[in-house]
Design a protein around this ligand. Structure first.
Ligand code: FE2
Length: 535
């Protein structure tokens, strides 16, 4: 079976001003490129050696990095990410693969001991960039068999100055059964959580039927950043633990934490991302599942909750400050916010895409697994998607734009500030009035009638798009997960970077049949050239 959300990643870059160099003055430049990781390059040469699994492609070469989930800008550098691989740096101008982040040994080795030159590294799809320390924080998960089957998390830090290395600190005594899709931060704290919506089912891994279901609440772990200062890599640390409901894929803390840890928690109630649609599935209305949807995840089985909470490290309490859950809040997809330091310090508006109820993408098999926890009568009819704006703090709904065409698949919105003029006192990403209200929400919409990009005034989303861009031939693009805005940079900055060849020890090579060594060396030569074209 194919697992389409784990297929190879690709990235597209859209210029938000027309007439880029070398282009027609009335057109907007669009570039797209597949993520040419070493694993992808080996697949191009020997596709017959790769097989799909619930955690991506496995092969005689090891586990390949699809890096298919999110773009992550960091100053003038651009990375892509994935839960089952290291972050990958791309050339921001050409979108070409440049390097993976951190030598496999500095990550503490593969998450599960397996042979091959491609490590299996479970990580987070949403690392976070720390503006005070100029570092990236992310996570690594190791499989554990004791005290029960699960994952042991570690915090991972990548400093620009570390070049080819990362450092990691395991969370003492923690084993859990989900994933760690997002890392968030305040000035002083790191916030980690069991995303809970994606669980690897051992029965399914070994060819059986999926039986595991997601929980109704998940653990959250808080770690003070200063706890890690000067602590040797590999040293376990003890986090503060608390519980939060519902499970969530994405959550975002306010940078300023003098008055507590304030977090927007985008709930994914009854959304099980580990459940895939199969070719012989019937949907909740008894109709065969659309073959085009086979391999995609089973969509939400109830409306979803967005909530702003305050985590209290001293008491372990969670204080609710504002919440929204309505009949239309199905399939809370993704959100847009002002990612500048100023915007994260004093956020004003939070923009969220909801895809609406999609009964055709909910299987009877899933409904049976969740019997008693969901209301089937709520899942019979498809409902429109929405782009909604909430006020930070209260989570009061301020604006909403509805997409009545059920053929529209609205995906990751992005905030772009109105103006990014050069005020030296502000961070590079900040507009004149930071917070999320003064600028634009850029909304990609997938449709069989052609992919389009809609532009909204961030302060008036309910008025509808103020501009729409689309191709001239109803061009379609594959499934888009996340998007991000960054100022236009076309040059690769100088930095020390990992080379694929740095990891090719005799021991690792010996685990791969000799007839494939030529391909590995050819890929290493190609990748070395990209890391340092002058060598
Ligand atoms: Fe995500």
């Amino acid at each position: 079976m194919e697992y389409r959300v784990f297929d190879w990643g690709a990235i597209c870059r859209l210029a938000l001003v027309p007439g880029c160099p070398g282009r027609d003055p009335g057109r907007f430049a669009w570039q797209s490129r597949s993520i040419q990781s070493p694993g992808k390059r080996l697949w191009d040469r020997h596709p017959e050696q790769f097989a799909t699994s619930p955690t991506g492609y496995q092969s005689v070469f090891g586990a390949s990095n699809a890096s298919n989930t999110a773009p992550l800008p960091w100053g003038r550098r651009l990375f892509t990410t994935w839960d089952a691989g290291r972050p990958i740096e791309l050339h921001p101008g050409t979108l070409e693969f440049v390097a993976e982040v951190g030598h496999r040994d500095s990550w503490g080795g593969s998450s599960l001991d397996m042979p091959g030159v491609l490590p299996f590294l479970l990580s987070s799809a949403h690392p976070v960039v720390d503006p005070d320390r100029d570092c990236m924080w992310t996570a690594k998960l190791d499989f554990a068999m004791e005290p029960s089957f699960g994952l042991r998390p570690a915090i991972v830090r990548y400093d620009q100055s570390d070049g080819t290395q990362v450092r990691f600190w395991p969370l003492e005594g923690i084993v859990f059964g989900g994933s760690m899709h997002t890392i968030s931060q305040t000035r002083d704290w790191l916030i980690l959580a069991d995303s809970g919506n994606f669980k690897v089912d051992p029965a399914e891994l070994f060819g059986g039927e999926r039986e595991l279901t997601i929980d109704d609440e998940v653990p959250v772990w808080l770690v003070r950043k200063e706890q890690l200062e000067g602590l040797p890599s590999g040293t376990p640390i003890t986090p503060i633990s608390l519980m939060m409901a519902p499970p969530s894929g994405h959550f975002y803390a306010r940078w300023e934490d003098a008055e507590g840890i304030s977090v927007v928690w985008e709930g994914m109630d009854h959304m099980d991302l580990g459940l895939y649609l199969k070719p012989d599935d019937l949907d909740v209305n008894g109709n065969p599942v659309d073959p085009a949807s086979v391999g995609l995840y089973n969509m939400a089985m109830g409306p979803e909750t967005i909530v702003e909470v305050q985590f209290e490290p001293e008491s372990g309490k969670v204080v609710e400050r504002g919440l929204c859950r309505e009949d239309w809040t199905f399939n809370l997809q993704l959100s847009a916010m002002d990612w500048s330091v100023e915007g994260m310090t004093n956020p004003t508006l939070h923009h969220v895409t909801y895809q609406g109820c999609r009964p055709g993408n909910i299987s009877q098999r899933a409904a049976k697994l969740y019997e008693g926890r969901i209301d089937l009568d709520q899942l019979r009819e498809a409902t429109p998607g929405s782009l909604a704006t909430f006020e930070r703090g209260s989570m009061e709904l301020k604006q909403r734009w509805e997409y009545p065409d059920l053929g529209d698949h609205i995906t990751s919105p992005t905030f772009a500030p109105r103006s990014c003029e050069t005020d030296a006192s502000r961070s590079a990403y900040a507009g004149a009035k930071p917070g999320g209200h003064d600028g634009y929400v850029v909304q990609p919409v997938l449709s069989d009638d052609g992919f389009r990009v809609e532009l909204f005034d961030a302060s008036a989303v309910g008025h509808g798009p103020i501009a729409v861009l689309k191709g001239t031939n109803r061009e379609c693009v594959p499934l888009v997960l996340h998007s991000a805005w960054m100022p236009a940079h076309d040059e690769l900055v100088d930095a020390e970077r990992l080379r694929f060849s740095d990891e090719l020890t005799d021991e690792l090579m010996a685990a791969v049949p000799h007839n494939f060594h030529g391909a590995i060396h050819a890929v290493a030569d190609e990748c070395d050239e990209l890391v340092d074209p002058r060598s």
